[in-house]
Design a protein around this ligand. Structure first.
Ligand code: TRH
Length: 384
């Protein structure tokens, strides 16, 4: 366990990139908060530096070891030598530690505290599973399961201490400057501004078509290249980063994949955000703006259960018609049946309620301790 009477000094975070950016995104955010706000020495072990470099351009995609923002970033290769001075090991998303590494941990006089950081879910069973331990089948080691979540009985959500203040200080002037810095004019009301980050199987083209055919001028900002085929299908011309394409009431603004901090600014500069996976989903909630979520698809349909569980919690504070309109659009966005024109009209009509609720929801979540602080407290509790 952690050495008695001492703050855990070195934390090792292990991250395997399954696909996309979420694994790296969550681990990088956690590493930054642990280092910058809790003064810990953090080593982030990651098996693929490319997504991390996209989130943080200061990262060298080839370096085996580097220090960026005061975090030691190490390539986690097969056979990598893991120093045995770490007080806490975070196994992100149950990514699996090698037998050799686990044996080395067990052989220490004070084995590190081994925490499996799980995926986020609003399902009720999370409350019961948070902070449970599972003994290693052969060695004198325990793994502790730590669940992020939306209730006081879970580990909470990642949140930088200054995030709400930075968000609230990002007013109209900053928003205009944001758009201008990406080569676009600052769209002002009554133009509706939306950001779009989704998997390629979302009905993006059908939705953009409905927007184009509407009467309200709409800007849709699309960071990164993954949805360009759908944009091209609707707007016709060959899209490239930095360009703005128009059809009817719709203007699509193509942005580069933004560094993580700038992605927050995009969310704050928009009236409505379409997000996916885990980390952008959480950031959209902190943005205190209405959102549409596309969970990461899982074979067994677990993503649908996650979506319904979240809708249940989120919708509980909404007028029933607003909750129903929200659920109808989210379900359609996630492979359900329905008519896009009707679903979008319903969501638009719900926008004033949703805007109020989004703020209330963010404030309510901010009343819980954030995930990094809870991890630090947990590590202290386990000192023997
Ligand atoms: O990239 P994702 O689809 O990641 C997913 C999920 O995390 C999923 O749960 C996991 O199992 C799977 O990966 C392997 O979506 P997510 O979680 O939103 O992560 C995206 C990260 O990228 C997040 O940190 C926000 C960041 N981002 C930027 O920094 N700039 C951008 O321009 C955009 C669009 C995103």
């Amino acid at each position: 366990m952690v050495t008695a009477h001492s703050k855990p000094a070195t934390w090792d975070i292990f991250c395997k990139v399954v696909d996309n950016f979420g694994d790296a995104g969550v681990c990088w955010r956690l590493a930054r908060i642990l280092q910058h706000e809790h003064g810990l020495r953090v080593r982030l072990w990651i098996d693929d530096l490319a997504p991390l470099q996209a989130l943080c351009p200061a990262i060298d995609g080839d370096a085996r070891a580097q220090r960026v923002e005061n975090i030691d970033v190490r390539q986690w290769t097969v056979g990598a030598r893991i120093p045995d001075d770490g007080a806490v090991v975070i196994e992100a998303f149950g990514c699996g530690l090698s037998d050799e590494h686990v044996t080395q941990m067990a052989a220490r006089t004070h084995p590190p505290l081994w925490i499996v950081l799980e995926y986020l879910s609003a399902e009720t069973w999370v409350d019961e599973h948070h902070r449970l331990a599972s003994p290693h089948p052969r060695l004198a080691l325990k793994r502790w399961f730590f669940f992020p979540g939306f209730t006081a009985r879970t580990g909470g959500l990642l949140r930088e201490a200054d995030l709400p203040a930075r968000r609230d200080a990002f007013g109209p002037e900053q928003q205009q400057a944001f758009w201008r810095s990406h080569g676009h004019t600052g769209a002002v009301s009554p133009v509706l501004k939306l950001s779009l980050f989704a998997y390629a199987d979302a009905p993006v083209a059908a939705w953009l078509t409905v927007l184009a055919q509407g009467t309200q001028p709409v800007v849709v900002a699309v960071p990164g290249p993954s949805l360009l085929p759908a944009v091209q299908a609707v707007c016709g011309s060959a899209p490239h980063e930095g360009s703005a394409l128009r059809r009817g009431a719709l203007e699509v603004r193509l942005l580069p994949f933004l560094p993580q901090a700038q992605y927050d600014e995009l969310l704050w500069a928009c009236d409505f955000n379409l997000v996916r996976g885990e980390d952008s989903f959480v950031r959209a909630q902190w943005a205190a703006r209405p959102l549409v979520w596309q969970p990461y698809r899982q074979e067994d349909g677990a993503h649908q259960r996650k979506m319904e569980a979240f809708l249940g919690r989120y919708g509980a504070g909404l007028p029933p018609a607003t909750a129903a309109a929200t659920a109808a659009f989210w379900r359609l966005w996630n492979g359900g049946s329905g008519d896009m024109v009707t679903a979008w009209a319903g969501l638009r009509a719900a926008a004033p309620d949703l805007a109020k609720h989004a703020r209330h929801w963010a404030d309510q979540l901010a009343a819980f301790r954030d995930l990094a602080a809870q991890l630090v407290e947990f590590a202290h509790d386990k000192v023997e």
